[in-house]
Design a protein around this ligand. Structure first.
Ligand SMILES: [Zn+2]
Length: 320
């Protein structure tokens, strides 16, 4: 069976996997990223690809697929703009092509994860599918009619940056106010906890400074019934439901899969949003979209990036 290397490049670490064409991961190599300068990241990416090339036996490998944050020039593999890395026109594909004698394809990390989950996770067997990864931000991607939406300049699927609270929301990393990502990511949950804190003067929840407190602690406290955490959770899930209903109105998918750290709340989260999403779904036939928790976790990005390599690059026809 053919093999490819799938690389998931994140803000804090990079992972490379040797992936079979049926989605099976044969081996993985990971490294932390402490320096986000282009040269340091290139070195880290090369460090995880090198042992993967060895594992895969170069002659059996069809290529290297890389999922990177930011807007990507699919032809050259350059990262045109990435706020995470503060890069502009970074020649990621070109640099890696000069280091490895394999074809290199670059695509957005969230689109790669969407492809991975669509082809080998909860999207399997559907033709209309959305993945939303609720982590530090909200990454996403849309498959419609069996095709991953790529858009005019590979910008389709930036679901995290549609505004849901433009007047009273939190400031988003992209500069706008009240983006879905600012309100309903893990970071959003933390911000909701800070916002409602004055109503809970005796709460111990934010005892640690907010930048040291992760959304995980708030989610767990909400699940344990803590009043402050529950108030934050209520506002968080209300915002999550608005964004989900918007996505359903645009795409009418069979399945919306929720991934990322916050989604480990499982049914606790799904139960909190289901009725509200239903109520906000007006023109689209009700009950035609299933909300589920994603299956592949962090592996989705690597498997999806490998599938981009199998296809010889991301095109509008990808996913068929
Ligand atoms: Zn934004």
């Amino acid at each position: 069976m053919r093999k490819a290397i799938g690389v998931d490049l994140g803000g804090s670490h990079v992972t490379a996997a040797v992936v079979q064409e049926d989605g099976t991961i044969l081996s993985q190599h990971e490294q932390d990223i402490t320096d986000r300068s282009f040269e340091a990241v290139i070195a880290a990416v090369e460090n995880v690809i090198r042992p993967a090339v060895k594992d895969g036996k170069e002659k059996d490998l069809v290529g290297i697929g890389i999922g990177s944050p930011g807007n990507i020039d699919l032809r050259s593999g350059a990262v045109l703009y990435s706020p995470n890395f503060m890069w502009e026109n970074a020649p990621l594909g070109e640099r890696l092509r000069s280091s490895f004698s394999l074809p290199v394809f670059v695509a957005n990390d969230a689109r790669c994860a969407t492809l991975g989950e669509y082809r080998f996770g909860m999207g399997r067997g559907t033709r209309n599918f959305v993945l939303l990864t609720l982590g530090t931000g909200i990454g996403g991607g849309i498959v419609s009619g069996g095709v991953l939406l790529v858009g005019n300049r590979a910008g389709a699927g930036e679901i995290g940056h549609h505004q849901i609270r433009p007047t009273d929301g939190f400031i988003c990393g992209c500069g706008k106010v009240g983006c879905f990502e600012a309100q309903a990511s893990g970071t959003g949950l933390l911000r909701h906890a800070v916002a409602v804190a004055p109503s809970f003067p005796r709460s111990m929840l934010l005892e640690k400074s907010p930048d040291k407190l992760g959304s995980k602690a708030i989610r767990r406290a909400a699940q344990a019934g803590d009043g402050h955490a529950l108030a934050a959770w209520k506002n968080f899930t209300a915002d999550l439901a608005i964004g989900l209903a918007n996505v359903i109105a645009f795409v009418n998918p069979e399945i919306v899969a929720l991934g990322g750290g916050v989604s480990s709340a499982g049914d606790f989260m799904l139960d909190a949003v289901r009725d509200r999403v239903e109520a906000l779904t007006t023109m689209v036939p009700k009950g035609t979209t299933k909300l589920v928790i994603a299956k592949l976790g962090n592996d989705a990005g690597q498997v999806g990036a490998a599938s981009v390599a199998f296809a010889g690059g991301l095109t509008e026809q990808h996913g068929k």
